[in-house]
Design a protein around this ligand. Structure first.
Ligand code: TYD
Length: 395
C-alpha cells in the first residue's frame, strides 16, 4: 500500500472561518483532519481535502502586512531577488495584500498578482498591479502568458502547499516561466514540523507539508529542478525553494545538504511519522495537564494570536471557553468573532490584554520573539504557555 495514514486530529472546522455569531455554530462545516504519507512520492498530505471555495473567498482574514516580521521578510526577499536575478517580469501566486509585490515597480506589465480572495485582490489592484482573482491552474497560466508573456520570476509564499493538485500547479508554472526564469516558493518545512512537534501546522489550508525529497520527485515530472534551498525562520520553520527548467542552472550544495538532513530524520520512511504521531498525543496530554492545573488554581488564562494553528490545537485537545476566557489578536476582521470550532471570543489586545490576565497560550508561537519583545511588561509577572517544541512556559 503506498498511501499510509499516520495521524488523526479529529473533526475540525475551517481553520480561518471565524464565526460572526452563536447562530452560525449550527451550520459550521467540519471535516476529519488526518494526515497521510505517500510511500511512492514521499509526499505528506491531508487524507481529506476541503473544497478551496470554502477556504479562500472574499471573507478570508489572513493579512500578511499586519506583522512587522513578515513585512521585513518580504521586503528583504524582493530586494535579494532583484539583486541576484534582475527579473523584468514578476508574477506572484497568492499575492494576499501585496506585501511582496509592492517592492516591485507598479507598472502593470512588470508585476502581476494572482489572488483568489477578492477582498485582497482588490487591495493590490488598487496599488496598481494587474491582479487575477482566480485560482492558479493551467487555464489561468495560459491567460497570463497571452496577456503578459512568460515570467522571469514566479514567486509564491505559503500558497503552493494550499494547492491540492500539485501536478497541474507545477505544469502551469513550467509553461509560464521564461526559459531562463526562476520559480521561488516558500512553505512550512516538514523537517521543522517533525523536529518541533508543531502538529498545528496541519489544518485545512495546508493540503501538503513539503519535504525537499518529495518536491524533487514531483517537480522532476515537469522537467523542473530545485537548484537552491534556504532554511527560513518564518512560520515556525520554512523552506525557500528555488526552481528552474531542468539543466538551466547548476544545482547548489544547499539542496543535497537539506536532503541529507531529511533522510537522517527518516522523512522518506513511515517510521518517523508514526513516532511523530505518538509525540503529538503526548503533547496534547501535557498541554491539557498544565492548563487544567492552572485553572484549578483559579488563574485566568487567555490565548494570544487567533491563528489557524491554534484552531487545530484547541479542537484536537478539546480546549474551549471552559479553559480559555478569550483570544486577543491584532487583526480587526477577527474582532467580535468566535474562533472556529472552539467558539472562544476574539477581541483586540487593547481590550483584553491587561492586568487581569495570568497566563496566555501563545497561539502565534511562530512570532515568539516579536511578541515577547512587545510584551515585556506582561512577562515581568506572568507567563506565556506554548507546546512548541514541547509543552512549556515562556518567561
Ligand atoms: P500566523 O501565525 O501568521 O498565521 P496562521 O497560523 O493563521 O497561519 O498569524 C498570526 C496571528 O497572530 C494573526 O492573526 C495576527 C496575530 N498576531 C497578534 O495578535 N499579535 C502579534 O504581535 C502578532 C505578531 C500576530
Amino acid at each position: 500500500m503506498s498511501k499510509i495514514e499516520f495521524l488523526d486530529l479529529g473533526m475540525q472546522p475551517i481553520a480561518n472561518n471565524f464565526l460572526s455569531s452563536v447562530s452560525d455554530i449550527k451550520n459550521e462545516y467540519k471535516f476529519r483532519l488526518a494526515v497521510t504519507f505517500d510511500d511512492d512520492t514521499k509526499l505528506v498530505s491531508l487524507s481529506n481535502f476541503v473544497s478551496p471555495d470554502l477556504m479562500f473567498n472574499d471573507s478570508y482574514v489572513y493579512h500578511s502586512s499586519l506583522s512587522k516580521t513578515m513585512r521585513s521578510h518580504f521586503k528583504d526577499a524582493a530586494l535579494s531577488f532583484l539583486k541576484d536575478y534582475s527579473p523584468e517580469k514578476v508574477l506572484e501566486i497568492g499575492s494576499n495584500d501585496g506585501v511582496f509585490l509592492k517592492n516591485f515597480s507598479s507598472k502593470r506589465s512588470t508585476a502581476i498578482g494572482v489572488e483568489p480572495c477578492s477582498n485582497f485582490a482588490n487591495i493590490t489592484r488598487d496599488l496598481g498591479y494587474a491582479t487575477y482573482d482566480k485560482f492558479w491552474n493551467n487555464q489561468l497560466a495560459k491567460e497570463i502568458v497571452l496577456n503578459h508573456g512568460k515570467q522571469d520570476l514566479i514567486f509564491s509564499a505559503n500558497c503552493i502547499c494550499h494547492i491540492q493538485n500539485l501536478d497541474e500547479a507545477f505544469s502551469a508554472i513550467s509553461k509560464t516561466m521564461s526559459s531562463t526564469g526562476i520559480f521561488v516558493f516558500e512553505d512550512p518545512s516538514l523537517l521543522s514540523m517533525i523536529n518541533r512537534r508543531s502538529y498545528d501546522q496541519i489544518y485545512d489550508e495546508h493540503a501538503h507539508i513539503f519535504s525537499i525529497i518529495a518536491l524533487r520527485n514531483l517537480l522532476d515530472k515537469h522537467d523542473l529542478s530545485i537548484f537552491k534551498v534556504q532554511s527560513l525562520k518564518v512560520h515556525g520553520g520554512s523552506n525557500r525553494i528555488f526552481v528552474c527548467h531542468k539543466g538551466v542552472r547548476s544545482i547548489e550544495e544547499s539542496v543535497s545538504e537539506i536532503i541529507s538532513k531529511e533522510i537522517d530524520a527518516g522523512l522518506n520512511t513511515i517510521d518517523a511519522y508514526r513516532r511523530f504521531a505518538y509525540d503529538v498525543e503526548k503533547s496534547k496530554r501535557q498541554l491539557l495537564d498544565i492548563i487544567h492545573e492552572l485553572k484549578r488554581k483559579n488563574y485566568k488564562i487567555i490565548s494570544y494570536g487567533a491563528t489557524s494553528k491554534s484552531t487545530t490545537v484547541f479542537n484536537y485537545c478539546g480546549i474551549g471557553t471552559n479553559l480559555i476566557d478569550y483570544i486577543v489578536d491584532t487583526t480587526p476582521a477577527k474582532h467580535g468573532k468566535l474562533s472556529p470550532g472552539a467558539h472562544i471570543p476574539v477581541i483586540s489586545p487593547e481590550e483584553g490584554f491587561n492586568d487581569t490576565v495570568d497566563y496566555a497560550f501563545l497561539g502565534a508561537w511562530n512570532y515568539e520573539n516579536e511578541i515577547c519583545e512587545k510584551e515585556r511588561k506582561f512577562l515581568k509577572k506572568n507567563r506565556f504557555i506554548t507546546h512548541v517544541p514541547y509543552v512549556r512556559f515562556i518567561k
